[in-house]
Ligand binder design. Structure first.
Ligand code: NDP
Length: 341
């Protein structure tokens, strides 16, 4: 036993479709004393990300499912509050895959833990959003899979979220015409007026095919896939010869009771007469460039060039509702949970 009282959100029961009351529950967890070489971190900010939902299912995707009774996986910004490792000192700020909990213990040489060197103009929580994993996803997926060229038309779905935000603003910097797809007039206005996209199509307005066609008079050269479903079906006929489709995710399917029966972007694209270059990618493909890409993104945040929104839920008790909302687009920008200062 220690002085630290930990609380965690654990998987109590596998959700069938949308998450229901009792699927995820908050539990008190004992914190054991540190062993030599270990550190204890207090979670300050927790990141909520769409990939967490498929990991609650009992099927192996690109990562193992979360076990019943286990803490929900997730990345956080934390502060070292106790250290028996010479690699970390009390007060160090880090990002780590702590899971949804208030304290975590890990070995000083654990992988995927990064020290944050605070930078003026870059709030800590940005290291979970546009300057963190989602930002690197957007940047690397666009630059290394999409391979944009000046003058091309780039379409990105979930345009107001952290991945879409970075894709669109990076593509603009590369000289592309950028069209977002987002849910509702407020998000679309933000994407054009604040983020500087050339256009944004509201897929909820009822004219998706016609509106997308009008926004892309020269067709689509890169479609950065975040959502799947009706948006992919509307994009497909507009893809130009030589088009590339980085498949980042398809969040419209994540709440499906049976993922195996979902029509994926692969089905839609492979059925086309001219099949575009397309592949699923994982941000971890560029893990070796973690610091380099983080520096590019934090520099752009610090200078005010990279703009973004965030939605903050307060405290671990509100994490589950915030997560459910995010899967349905209730978030506006990066969805975070603020745990402590
Ligand atoms: P967002 O913050 O953008 O949240 C998800 C958004 O998806 C919602 O806000 C909503 O926006 C949109 N959405 C939900 N349902 C639908 C639907 N039926 N049709 C269209 N849009 C929908 O998420 P992120 O920016 O964090 O992530 C974007 C994508 O990137 C996800 O698919 C995620 O899994 C993927 N990803 C992949 C990684 C990888 O390594 N491959 C790493 C990180 C993320 P709206 O209101 O506009 O509908």
């Amino acid at each position: 036993m220690t002085e630290y009282k930990n609380r965690a959100v654990v998987l109590n029961r596998r959700p069938e479709g949308e998450i229901r009351d009792g699927d995820l529950v908050v539990q008190e967890r004992e914190q054991r004393p540190l062993k030599d070489g270990e550190v204890r971190a207090q979670t300050l900010w927790l990141s909520l990300d769409p990939y967490m939902r498929p990991r609650m299912n009992d099927s192996k995707g690109y990562m193992d499912p979360i076990g019943i009774g286990e803490t929900i996986v997730g990345e956080s910004v934390g502060r070292i509050v106790e250290s028996k490792s010479d690699q970390y000192q009390v007060g160090d700020l880090i990002t780590s895959y702590s899971g949804w909990q208030e304290y975590s213990v890990f070995p000083g040489d654990a992988p995927m833990v990064y020290k944050i060197e605070p930078k003026a103009g870059v709030p800590l929580q940005a290291y979970l959003g546009v300057a963190g994993m989602p930002g690197r996803t957007g940047y690397c997926g666009l630059m290394y899979v999409g391979k944009p060229k000046a003058g091309e038309t780039v379409v990105v779905s979930a345009a107001s979220g952290p991945v879409g935000t970075v894709v669109g603003q990076t593509a603009k910097k590369e000289g592309c015409r950028v069209v977002g797809v987002a849910g509702g007039p407020e998000k679309c206005r933000f994407v054009v007026e604040e983020l500087g996209f050339d256009a944004c199509v509201d897929y909820k307005a009822g004219n998706l095919e016609a509106d997308l066609k009008a926004a892309c008079p020269d067709g689509i050269d890169i479609y950065f896939e975040n959502v799947g479903g009706a948006v992919t079906r509307a994009v497909a006929p507009l893809l130009n010869k030589g088009a590339r489709v980085p498949i980042c995710g398809y969040v419209s399917a994540y709440n499906a009771a049976d993922m195996a029966s979902v029509e994926t972007p692969f089905h839609v694209l492979k059925a086309l007469d001219e099949v575009p270059e397309h592949r699923f990618f994982l941000v971890t493909e560029w893990q070796a460039q973690h610091q380099e890409i983080t520096t590019i993104l934090t520099d752009r945040v610090a200078s005010g060039e990279l703009k973004y929104r965030e939605t903050v839920a307060e405290g671990l008790d509100n994490a589950v509702e915030a997560f459910k909302g995010m899967l349905n687009g209730k978030n506006f920008g990066k969805q975070l949970v603020h745990i402590a200062d």
